[in-house]
Design a protein around this ligand. Structure first.
Ligand code: AMP
Ligand code: MG
Length: 519
């Protein structure tokens, strides 16, 4: 792995914890604690992302080497690596939770590739850190596999996200009580190496504001602007305001993409939002099957539904407000941050409209068209229609003779389809008329629609099937999914099974429709 060169700006330029004690504790006056991964007994590489490996300059012989497995299991370090766990706080489910920090994630270092790009390599599940609180610092196969596959799938869908390099089984068992109901079981342990230019979250700033550690807060803000936002003038007097606005814009774009593809994050706590506007911390996330703005995959959130699909745009803005509050103490006039929050709303609406124009195959979404889109979502909700299948099938509607036939596959229930057939036909007639008004060539329109309406997403039950097999030592489905999800917008011969709507057995099955934070 001679191509990996490290430039560890975070630990070099920011204050670190002077103690090396691994016992759970409050770490003050520091952005991170140095900590080595805890070795595991029998590591085994079960999957890797060829694209991420290539971006890092790793070749086939690197990937096949014992060294690779050892390093990405946390059993060995490469020259230049300086492992650490970051200190951050966060608002969890709307309440300030104090210090959280990397309780099981350990960053190995910042690899700078030949093209000058920075790739922080972070092992998730690599052992105890001072931020582990009461937990074990480890991760199980099911959640690691879900993170590995979903971050790659999201990337190929064009959604800003952290990436994943590798998935390693540790050879050790980890005990989890999946639904916190007194049924613990031993599960295979695993480690994902995730990769991003930076893993700095809203919570990294909030912790210093909460503790009144203003000097470090300022240092971290200036560091972040300098290292991660080279397009901004790091010496400008209004840099904090400009930077915050950029975080707002990026967050708005990310959320618009989530709403476009039907992704539900599940735990949008402020420690799980990246200031780079990347989807981060894949936990009890899920993919919308039948359209339901109230749906959340996270059983821990089943009562409040704070992080349900339809609330994501509003919650992201609430989280940005937390970040703004954390930054307020650095500014003479904190009111200037309001511009960023307003900008969030503007950019989200613009992006949502732009994406929905494309999803419906319209040149643009005029004010009158917004109602057409809303009627479609309401109809999909009332008739239990699969979001992914329905949008994909819209491209096959004939504007001159619109019928429900292309959408048949998207309905979960025949009775509801029949009950709402009249409303659907009325909508289709209006949609057909709207398409005729644009008068675009059908082939061109179809192509444009297919480019934003994926045929393949990581359906909840598909991820669970891959987990079931992996727990039986069969990793083939991980490879199949990785392969199919690499080209989510193309119809792939022989891959229809990966586009199929949720089978009935998966409607209420754990892992398919219900997930917990236990991971
Ligand atoms: P999450 O809900 O995954 O964002 O995690 C919230 C906090 O709990 C973070 O500080 C995590 O590092 C920590 N955490 C979650 N699981 C574990 C674990 N098994 N061991 C140590 N810390 C954990
Ligand atoms: Mg987290």
């Amino acid at each position: 792995m001679r191509n990996l060169h490290f430039d560890n700006a975070f630990v070099r330029e920011l204050p670190g914890d002077p103690l090396t004690d691994l016992r759970p504790r409050q770490v003050t006056g520091a952005c991170y604690s140095r900590v080595d991964p805890t070795p595991v007994s029998a590591p085994r590489l079960v999957a890797h992302s060829p694209e991420v490996a290539a971006a890092l300059g790793l070749d086939a012989s690197d990937l096949a080497s014992q060294k690779f497995t050892q390093v990405f299991a946390g059993n060995a370090l490469l020259p230049g690596m300086e492992p650490y766990a970051a200190c951050y706080g966060g608002h969890q489910f709307g309440n300030w939770a104090g210090q959280l920090g990397d309780g099981r994630a350990i960053s190995l270092g910042e690899a700078v590739s030949a093209d000058g790009r920075r790739h922080e390599l972070q092992l998730k599940g690599a052992g105890l850190t001072p931020y582990s609180r009461m937990a074990d610092g480890r991760a199980v196969l099911r959640s690691s596999l879900r993170e590995f596959l979903c971050s790659e799938a999201m990337h190929h869908l064009g959604v800003p996200t952290t990436r994943a390099l590798s998935l390693v089984l540790t050879g050790e068992q980890v005990v989890r009580d999946m639904f916190y109901d007194g049924h613990p079981r031993a599960e295979p342990g695993a480690i994902v190496c995730r990769v991003a230019p930076s893993f700095i979250r809203f919570g990294n700033f909030e912790i210093f504001a909460a503790r009144g550690e203003e000097a470090i807060l300022r240092q971290l803000v200036d560091f972040t602007i300098r290292r991660d936002f080279p397009e901004l003038d790091a010496t400008a007097p209004d840099r904090i305001q400009r930077w915050f606005e950029e975080v707002c814009v990026r967050t708005a774009r990310m959320i618009a993409h989530w709403m476009r593809v039907g992704f539900v994050h599940g735990v949008m706590n402020t420690d799980n939002l990246s200031v780079l506007g990347l989807t981060i911390d894949y936990g009890p996330y899920g993919w919308l099957e039948d359209v339901d703005p109230d749906w959340t995959p996270n059983t821990t959130d089943a009562h409040g539904r704070r992080y349900a699909f339809g609330r994501q745009p509003e919650i992201a803005q609430w989280n940005l407000l937390c970040l703004a509050r954390a930054l307020a103490g650095l500014l003479k006039d904190p009111e200037v941050l309001r511009a960023g929050l307003d900008r969030y709303g503007e950019v989200y609406s613009q992006e949502y409209r732009r994406m929905h124009a494309a999803k419906l195959g319209l040149a643009e979404l005029a004010d009158d068209d917004v109602a057409l889109v809303q009627r479609l979502y309401t109809l999909m909700q009332h008739a239990e229609v699969d979001m992914t299948l329905a949008f994909r099938a819209l491209a096959d509607i004939d504007p001159d003779a619109p019928s429900l036939a292309p959408l048949q596959e998207a309905f979960y229930r025949d009775d509801l389809r029949e009950r709402h057939a009249g409303e659907w036909q009325a909508w289709l007639d209006d949609y057909g008329a709207r398409l005729r008004a644009d008068g675009e060539d059908s082939a061109v329109r179809r192509q444009r629609m297919h480019a934003v309406n994926p045929r393949y997403v990581l359906r909840n039950y598909l991820a669970q099937q891959a987990i079931d097999r992996a727990e039986q030592d069969d990793f083939t489905m991980i490879q199949d999914l990785l392969e199919v999800l690499r080209r989510p917008y193309e119809d792939q011969a022989g891959r229809d099974a990966f586009a199929a709507r949720r089978p009935e057995w998966a409607r209420h099955r754990a892992g398919c429709s219900m997930l917990s934070c236990s991971s």
